[in-house]
Design a protein around this ligand. Structure first.
Ligand SMILES: [Mn+2]
Length: 311
């Protein structure tokens, strides 16, 4: 049984964990809890409880479909009159990683085919790998935009090629990925000179966090214009830790919500924005008031409002 019902639904959405029954909806959400583990790291990891940690704060980032939402510029009901679908969580079973990965790709492809906007909750950043595989279902080349402190271009880490350090490298190998823009880079991570060279040679557009802080968003937004359809992957460590403290790899000097929102709105307007994932929430590092989970949920709602009012 690959899809497991969530502890509670995302806001007031209808839970349906049977992809065979899924019919077209404006917006759908799916939790993907695991990716290929790195040896020596705990499984399931902290990030595996991210989807339900975000859903669990629904009452804090959403007050009802008729309440005015100042990020959306109106009530959610205006863009989503009948609510959306919550498909539950994909959970790694006893039969190992490979069957789980194949189920993730098939289920995510089904979601891309049946939702105008697909929202995916991680899990660590390895969950973006089945998502970019499933983007083949969109039927035309997709530009991937990444918000992240880290480059994520490792070919492998300790023999694992489908883990959280490799999503952008794996995306670059797929013929239906037309380009990528990576925003928020800073500090050090798993990347070495070889990974930076590989990303640049492939044509990835790299924007450091320092560049965004110094020159503003203008150059980023100009790069994105006209490159849709888009898929956005948000590693929550791309945000400054003062905005989102609940991540496994906090890095100082990151982006603020008010810098990410214009990126989201540009993707939706220039679009279409076919999907986004929000990954790397580490609930055990969140503050007592769950501000990281709340901000992640807010980001999902802003994306839904922006994408559906543009579609
Ligand atoms: Mn990442």
């Amino acid at each position: 049984m690959p899809l497991v019902a969530p502890a509670r639904p995302f806001i007031d959405w209808t839970v349906d964990t049977d992809p065979a029954r899924w019919t077209p909806v404006p917006a759908a959400i799916l939790g993907v809890t695991a990716s290929e583990p790195y040896s020596g790291e705990p499984q399931p990891n902290d990030q595996a409880s991210g989807p339900d940690a975000i859903r669990g704060q629904s009452h804090q980032f959403w007050d009802g479909a008729d309440h005015w939402d100042f990020h959306l510029g109106g009530p959610l009901r205006a863009v989503l009159p009948n609510g959306g679908r919550d498909g539950g969580n994909l959970v790694l079973g006893d039969d190992g990683f490979r069957p789980y990965f194949d189920t993730c790709v098939a289920t995510l492809a089904r979601q891309f085919r049946t939702a105008t906007l697909s929202v995916i909750l991680g899990g660590d950043h390895g969950v973006t790998i089945p998502a970019v595989h499933a983007l083949e279902a969109v039927g035309r080349p997709v530009h991937v935009v990444q918000i992240d402190a880290h480059l994520d271009w490792r070919d492998e880490v300790r023999g694992a090629r489908l883990g959280y350090s490799s999503p952008m490298r794996r995306a670059s190998e797929l013929p239906w990925i037309s380009g990528m823009t990576q925003i928020g880079l800073r500090g050090t991570g798993s990347a070495r000179a070889g990974e930076v060279e590989a990303a640049t040679r492939w044509g990835a557009q790299l924007f450091t966090a320092d560049a965004v802080h110094e020159h503003g968003l203008g150059p980023v937004l100009a790069t994105l214009e006209g490159k849709g359809p888009f898929y956005l992957t948000v590693d929550l460590d791309g945000f400054d830790p003062s905005v989102i403290p609940g991540v496994a790899g906090p890095a100082p000097g990151g982006l603020r919500l008010e810098q990410v929102v214009p990126i989201l709105k540009t993707l939706a307007r220039s679009g279409p924005l076919v999907g986004l994932d929000i990954v790397e929430l580490a609930p055990s590092f969140d503050l007592a008031n769950r501000i990281s989970a709340i901000t992640a949920g807010r980001l999902a709602l802003i994306a839904i409002g922006a994408a559906l009012s543009a579609s």
